[in-house]
Design a protein around this ligand. Structure first.
Ligand code: G16
Length: 541
């Protein structure tokens, strides 16, 4: 076996987005593409000599090859040890947990999350810090800077790397430990939730359907929901992780998890339905005839978390991303705890959790989690909901109705306009920003604009600033819309339009009807059709 220094050159476009670098798989398979970025990670974090890293991914096409490459490069760069999930598999929250519990120097997670997988679909890679959370912008910027000047990378050639056998081995001087991807995570969940109460509820006839969408959470959900909690075999559907997710688009929302939605809206629906995404950090919760929006899920969890043993002492505070609805804000008010607003991206929650300011975080993009790890966590959210149902003895629709009666309902919806030509999307956002100063005071039908700005975040912990994090237009009375371009797509630009309106009396409208006026004003201001040619969204959540 030999360590080789390979000559390379910078490759354009290796700037990490909302959550790491995501590109078409074939782009990652191009000459030096993955290697350049991995070397940039190593150099951007100050080298890996003597360090211990976690490596794993969601099992999508190219996961195994990329894992092996990373191990070879870590060895050649002098890493002391790499701990990898068996067969290169780790859900994102499980990786975050291992990074923390094994006191490592961070980890590399291979995933394009909720994007489809396969040779013609998407792949991704990101670095997580020793706290288990996604690298902050200071680190991703340092990594990006290296990609612009890189001339060489180091890699070990020779011996094969066996990712399938649990236990210890070595690659040159570097130790390798292959671990079961599931067991440590399952142990952690049992410290947080009332498993006996959930088990009793399931034994008394509560039926569950967990749609793992042929992605990473299948083995985790089977171990917990079927084996430990006693749900009937088959409660976890699409439970085998496949390199192309069996052709499914593993994004747990009503559009892509339509099989689950059909079942839950049908006459013989189980009491509880849920789905998770490619790498297991997202979740969707559905009751019989009752879709729970992610923003509402966050608020319900905040209001009820103390039923779970891990949260019995109360929440320190909560945080939500700016486009997420303000439903959780009123729960925080009622609880007398702080509610923080951050830009889109789980990485912004890390400082707040590390500083002991918040224990619960959530986003409209189907992400909820707590300070048990530093990623959002799909299976965690499912267990929290099951714990709430078991403790309150209420159904999902009843939990929602009671919540709205107590706190009011924030009608909420996100409309995605996908794969717009990048130039057109940029022109649309630039024109919108140009209008902001003149918008306040303008009236559109019954809606009068109170404020309009381009959101900028000042991190209260480290004092860093993140500007241009989304245009927000707030109407008198609190209704609002937000517009931003996605940072996770791989084709063209995706415009996300988020609309919200609080109603304190009428809780059972169709959100699209309740929000029709806000959406219509939004399009009038954005000039969506004129700039993009689009008249309807591709995905509505
Ligand atoms: C990532 C981030 C989330 C973010 C989401 C959507 O999720 O971790 O914090 O809300 O992308 O981002 P965007 O609107 O920029 O596409 P995931 O599940 O893709 O890792």
């Amino acid at each position: 076996m030999t360590m080789t220094t390979i000559q390379t050159a910078p490759i354009d476009g290796q700037k990490p987005g909302t959550s790491g670098l995501r590109k078409k798989t074939r782009v990652f398979m191009g000459q030096h593409y993955l290697e350049n970025f991995v070397q940039a990670i190593f150099d951007g974090i100050g080298g890996v000599a003597g360090k211990t890293l976690i490596v794993g991914g969601d099992g999508r096409f190219y996961n195994d090859t990329a894992t092996e490459t990373i191990l070879r490069m870590a060895a050649a760069n002098g890493a002391a040890k790499v701990i990898a999930g068996q067969n290169g598999l780790l859900s994102t929250p499980a990786a975050s947990h291992l990074i923390r519990s094994m006191k490592t120097d961070g980890g590399i997670i291979l995933s394009a999350s909720h994007n489809p997988g396969g040779i013609d679909e998407d792949f991704g890679i990101k670095f997580n810090m020793p706290n288990g959370g996604p690298a902050p912008e200071s680190v991703t910027n340092a990594i990006f800077d290296v990609t612009k000047t890189i001339e060489t990378y180091q890699i070990y050639n020779g011996d094969t790397v066996d990712l399938s056998t649990l236990g210890h081995s070595a690659l040159g001087e570097m130790q390798i430990e292959i671990v079961d991807p599931v067991s440590a995570y399952v142990d952690l969940m049992q410290t947080l939730f009332d498993f006996p109460a959930i088990k009793a509820m399931i034994a008394s006839g509560t039926k569950i359907r967990f749609d793992a969408m042929n992605a990473i959470t299948g083995p985790y959900a089977s171990a917990i929901i079927e084996d430990l909690l006693g749900a009937t075999k088959g409660s976890v559907v699409h439970g085998t992780p496949l390199p192309d997710f069996g052709g499914m688009h593993p994004d747990p929302n009503p559009t892509w998890a339509h099989e689950l939605m059909d079942e839950m809206m049908g006459s013989d629906a189980p009491a509880f339905g849920c789905a998770s995404d490619g790498d297991g950090d997202r979740n969707m919760i559905v009751g019989p005839n009752c879709y729970v929006s992610p923003s509402d899920s966050l608020a319900v969890i905040a209001a009820n978390a103390t039923v779970a043993p891990g949260y019995a002492g109360g929440l320190k505070g909560v945080a939500r991303s700016m486009p997420t609805s303000a439903a959780v804000d009123r729960v925080a008010d009622a609880l007398g705890i702080e509610c923080y607003e951050t830009p889109t991206g789980w990485k912004f929650f890390g400082n707040l959790m590390d500083d002991g300011r918040v224990s619960l975080c959530g986003e409209e993009s189907f992400g909820t989690g707590s300070d048990h790890v530093r990623e959002k966590d799909g299976v965690w959210a499912v267990l929290m909901w099951l714990n709430i149902m078991a403790s309150t003895k209420k159904s999902v629709p009843q939990i929602m109705q009671d919540h709205w009666e107590k706190f009011g309902r924030n009608y909420y919806s996100r409309h995605d306009f996908e794969a717009i030509e990048t130039d057109k999307a940029d022109a649309m956002i630039t024109a919108l920003r140009g209008k902001l100063a003149g918008l306040s005071g303008q009236t559109f039908g019954t809606l009068t604009i109170e404020t309009a700005d381009d959101y900028s975040y000042l991190d209260p912990v480290d004092g860093s600033t993140s500007a241009h994090q989304g245009v927000r237009v707030v109407f008198k009375g609190g209704a609002r819309f937000v517009v931003r371009l996605s940072g996770t797509g791989t084709s063209g630009a995706t415009m996300r339009l988020y609309a919200e309106k609080l109603d304190m009396t009428n809780f059972n409208q169709d959100p699209q009807v309740a929000l029709a006026d806000v959406l219509s004003v939004a399009h009038e201001i954005i000039q969506t059709e004129a700039f993009s040619g689009r008249t309807a969204p591709d995905v509505v959540t």
